[in-house]
Design a protein around this ligand. Structure first.
Ligand SMILES: [Zn+2]
Ligand SMILES: [Zn+2]
Length: 583
């Protein structure tokens, strides 16, 4: 972890102590759960009879400001286990007592600030006065230790930043994120809906299908040009296959099953087993390697209804999968090709900031030391030679192989794990995959699973929020709306639409009997890049008056000029967002 990250975590965890301290001043009987720093802030869990409301949060914030002004030093003390137990018993901190019992042998550290103390490893800031900018954000219920058999505590989420300016930026982004909620945009832009008749499954509307297909067309073009061939395999396969693949043992709870006669079938949660049956259909030679087989495969995975969330968490979705079969000596170069492809894909859809993480061998794993060494070394060397920075998560790989994860950062600085490249020592063994080597003998190929977008559905949600719905012109389901000022110009407006459609653009005509101002607002809400207004002047001169969705007046243009304008925007894939290199 970088030192800046440790510093921020210490800072935020110190703010969590101050919050707990403030809460105990207001509710002396409250008992403490845990209070860690998290990705964008911190939380603390409390057990108290009062229900925490937004008004109470404000009171706690006010008390926190007092504690910060009082500038209490954070002091570390080491106690014996008995001393710590007596201290916690006296304070009635039953949850902390339970945590104490789980701590390893050795002295127990507590941190004090003023009349507050907490069982804690630390580290902490020098004093409460060092906290410059914080905000309490929300309250949620949280079971003690995440166990629904245990008491439900109240969790307060907050955040803290090193400067008020950074806090303001963060709060601004939070507000913006609410406005950009893809579920709201999906409704306004008429892209998709959800229905309780099929929880967590998406109903794409006509414009949503256009967007979906545009993204897939783009994906296919890029993959074909990089030597990928594409297959489609069935969605429902017999349960024997899932026993053989190991999914039955490890993934059963997330699978949908359907009995058909005497036989049980499973709806595929992953595309690999079907892809492997295709591989085994013919004999392969090392000369074909690396063999790149892509599948935009629709998978289904069961989720608890509580965690379903718009397009971000669904039960049915398409993965932009590919399985690559290669020689051990080809791993490194193939990883480079994959990384290049994935980053190119991200850049072209508008994401130029990303973080890459390499996960290495976990404690329990299959495969030989030599296999793992070569695989991990190949992954790291590929990235090193490309000059790409990455972090290493030791021991976080899957039991069947190491992996690279891609986290993209959106325009509101939120991070999403999307792409993944996974080496697999398990499937080739389980399915006895083979190829004929240069020596004429049979060998096991290396198998690489990889996805760039991950779930297409989720990626569309990320894209919508990244752009606030204002998709770049090449991806906009409707590129231009023709807006006649009155019924008299419907016929000319129809000609405009037909001509532009004939030139390959996606154009809609607004024939509703509404005022021009109303139609313009409607088109803007739907984030349509260009509005082509037509009245008597335009009809007489064979032109359109062009407005852009951000309110810019682009003036009167002939249809060929208008086509050039849209074509240029499509070609440049201009997104209006600036982005730096990967971090
Ligand atoms: Zn602490
Ligand atoms: Zn796979």
């Amino acid at each position: 972890m970088s030192s800046a990250k440790v510093e921020l975590e210490t800072y935020r965890h110190s703010a969590a102590h101050v919050m707990a301290h403030a809460l105990k001043r207001i509710f002396p009987g409250a008992r403490l759960g845990i209070g860690p720093a998290i990705e964008d802030g911190f939380y603390y869990d409390f057990d108290l009879p009062e229900t925490l409301t937004p008004e109470i949060l404000e009171k706690i914030e006010a008390e926190m400001r007092v504690l910060i002004a009082e500038d209490h030093p954070f002091r570390r003390e080491e106690l014996s286990r008995d001393e710590a137990r007596r201290l916690l018993e006296k304070a009635g901190e039953c949850y902390k007592l339970e945590l104490l019992e789980g701590l390893p042998a050795g002295p127990i550290s507590i941190y004090r600030s003023g009349d507050f103390f907490d069982l804690c490893r630390g580290p902490h800031l020098e004093s409460t006065g060092k906290i410059k900018a914080f905000k309490l954000l929300s309250v949620a219920g949280a079971y003690w230790r995440g166990d629904e058999q245990r008491p439900m505590l109240q969790r307060i989420y907050g955040t803290a930043f090193l400067s008020p300016a950074e806090l303001d930026q963060y709060l601004h982004n939070l507000e913006e994120a609410k406005k950009r909620d893809h579920r709201k945009l999906g409704r306004e832009m008429d892209l998709f809906s959800f229905h309780e008749e099929s929880p967590g499954m998406v109903f794409f509307h006509p414009r949503g299908v256009v967007l979906y297909e545009l993204l897939l067309d783009f994906w296919r073009k890029l993959h074909r040009s990089r030597g990928y061939r594409e297959i489609m395999t069935p969605m429902i396969l017999k349960d024997e296959l899932w026993h053989r693949s190991g999914h039955w043992d490890h993934y059963k709870d997330h699978m949908f099953f359907c009995p058909i006669g005497e036989q049980t079938f499973a709806v595929k949660p992953m595309n690999c087993p079907g892809g492997i049956l295709y591989y085994k259909e013919s004999q392969h030679s090392y000369r074909e390697f690396p063999l790149r087989v892509a599948e935009l495969g629709r998978v289904h995975r069961r989720e608890l209804t509580g965690v379903l969330h718009g397009l971000f968490r669904v039960q049915g979705f398409v993965i932009d999968d590919a399985h690559i079969y290669c020689l051990p000596s080809q791993i490194k170069d193939e990883i480079k090709e994959i990384v290049k492809l994935i980053l190119d894909l991200y850049r072209q859809v508008g994401f130029s900031q990303y973080q890459i993480e390499v996960s290495t061998r976990p404690e329990s794993s299959i495969g030989s030391d030599a296999d793992w060494d070569l695989a991990v070394r190949s992954l790291k060397e590929a990235l090193d030679e490309m000059g790409i920075a990455y972090s290493v998560s030791e021991g976080e790989g899957a039991f069947y192989g190491p992996k690279i994860d891609f986290h993209i950062r959106d325009s509101l600085k939120r991070s999403y794990q999307c792409g993944t490249v996974q080496l697999d020592f398990s499937m080739p063994e389980r399915f006895e995959l083979e190829y004929i080597g240069a020596d004429g003998a049979k060998h096991r190929p290396v198998m690489i699973h990889r996805a760039a977008f991950g779930s297409i559905e989720r990626f569309l949600g990320i894209l919508l929020e990244h752009y606030g719905g204002a998709l770049p012109v090449w991806l906009a389901p409707v590129q231009a709306a023709v807006l006649p000022v009155s019924e008299k110009f419907f016929s000319y407006a129809g000609q405009v639409r037909n001509e532009l459609e004939a030139r390959g653009f996606r154009v809609e005509l607004d024939e509703r009997n509404e005022k021009l101002g109303w139609k313009i607002r409607a088109a803007q809400e739907q984030k349509i890049p260009y509005m082509l207004v037509v009245g008597s002047r335009e009809a007489d001169s064979g032109t359109v008056s062009v407005r852009s969705r951000d309110g810019g007046e682009l003036g009167a243009k002939t249809l060929p000029e208008c086509a050039d304008l849209i074509r240029e925007a499509v070609r440049s894939k201009d997104d209006g967002l600036s982005g730096g290199q990967g971090e």
